[in-house]
Design a binder for this molecule. Structure first.
Ligand SMILES: Cc1cc2nc3c(=O)[nH]c(=O)nc-3n(C[C@H](O)[C@H](O)[C@H](O)COP(=O)(O)O)c2cc1C
Length: 247
């Protein structure tokens, strides 16, 4: 079973490729999270978890989702993390998670995809994004073959910088960077309510036709990147930046 988490579609894109290659079932964690549900899963095929990298780790919310869900049947667990530049030493936390859940860790694949974090960085232009998608797709298909063969994924081992990024920097990232105080809506807003609809943690409500953020943001970038009127900004940083979203 392929269980994915996504904010702007990259991980879903890869998860779909893997599901097709493995002839396996696809589950959207954000849909369950939005409904306040956890999973009660059964699979005879290996578990494949696909997600973006947030602060050189798997997103905390996805980790909690896995932690709180029940998994029966297969024991083998593969992880696929897509990223803008690297996953640091996300492996360590994943191995701990696997131990807690009784999974046998079968490896972590790192796949570079278009950067979506426009609150802090910027998204690539269309051509670059397209190239990254094609390379990412190829890599996902190769990972699919390895999973089908029951192989353990070969990984490059993280160095001390990886441990630093996934450790203290990740902690500081959640403490100081993730938040919604800088989100604002401009006069371009068409009051469509898509932002509230697309917020998987139900952190946005529409008040007098305008979105209001309530402090529980996970920085998935869905509201700002999927706004059809490009009416959402993050401070001044996002002004003029390309929005990135993959359906
Ligand atoms: C909150 C946040 C944190 C991120 N942190 C990292 C990171 O530590 N390293 C990295 O290479 N990319 C990072 N990225 C980029 C995403 O991991 C990458 O663009 C991913 O493919 C987005 O997946 P999605 O479209 O499924 O949400 C981050 C993106 C967000 C929104």
């Amino acid at each position: 079973m392929i269980i994915y988490f996504t904010g702007t579609g990259n991980s879903r894109f890869l998860a779909r490729k893997l599901a097709a290659a493995l002839g396996d079932q696809l589950v959207s964690a954000p849909e369950l999270i939005k409904r306040g549900e956890r999973g009660k899963f059964y699979s005879e095929k290996p578990w494949v978890f696909v997600c973006p990298t947030y602060g050189w780790q798997i997103p905390r919310i996805f980790r909690s989702f896995i932690d709180d869900s029940e998994f029966d049947g297969a024991k083998d667990a593969y992880f696929v993390m897509d990223c803008g530049s690297g996953v640091g030493d996300a492996r360590k936390g994943i191995i701990e998670l696997c131990a807690a859940k009784g999974f046998e860790f079968k490896g972590l694949a790192e796949i570079k995809m278009p950067e979506n974090y426009i609150a802090v960085f910027s998204a690539p232009d269309e051509n670059t994004a397209e190239k990254l998608l094609r390379i990412g797709e190829k890599k996902a298909l190769k990972v699919g073959e390895q999973i089908r063969a029951g192989e353990t994924l070969q990984e490059k081992r993280p160095g001390p910088l990886g441990s630093f990024l996934s450790g203290p920097v990740n902690w500081g990232f959640y403490r100081f960077t993730i938040g919604d105080k800088k989100f604002r809506v401009t006069d371009k807003c068409i009051s469509c309510g898509q932002c509230a609809e697309n917020c998987m943690v139900n952190n946005i409500t529409m008040e007098k036709g305008r979105p209001v953020w309530h402090g529980g943001c996970i920085h998935c970038m869905a509201c700002i990147c999927r706004c059809p009127a490009e009416a959402i900004e993050y401070g001044k940083h996002s002004v003029g930046l390309r929005r990135y979203y993959l359906d």
